[in-house]
Design a protein. Structure first.
Length: 100
């Protein structure tokens, strides 16, 4: 609601008011909030005015369209020579040598 009020005060779209900027202003100003009802309206007006200064710049146009690039693998592609390899001459137990 504060962002919409600040955008109306600034004469811009609510999308142009920074959300994180608004949060930072609120975190800084909430401890200073007055306790009495007759002072809170003036404090809220000052808060909205400060939030209206937290504007975002207009987004620039994209030069390149968004696309998904294929991930590059560090391994070469599987070729025909890698398929149908001959079976191993030794089984697993004969291949492994345990050192003691």
């Amino acid at each position: 609601m504060l962002i919409v009020e600040a955008a109306i005060k600034a004469g811009v779209s609510p999308r142009r008011i920074s959300f994180t900027g608004t949060l930072n202003v609120l975190r800084a100003r909430l401890p200073e909030a007055p306790r009495s009802r007759h002072l809170i309206a003036g404090w809220c007006n000052l808060l909205v005015e400060e939030i209206s200064l937290e504007r975002l710049e207009l987004r620039r146009n994209r030069i390149n369209p968004r696309v998904i690039e294929r991930p590059q693998s560090k391994w070469p592609r599987k070729q025909e020579e890698h398929r149908n390899l001959p079976p191993l001459k030794l089984n697993f137990k004969e291949t492994i040598c345990v050192l003691t």
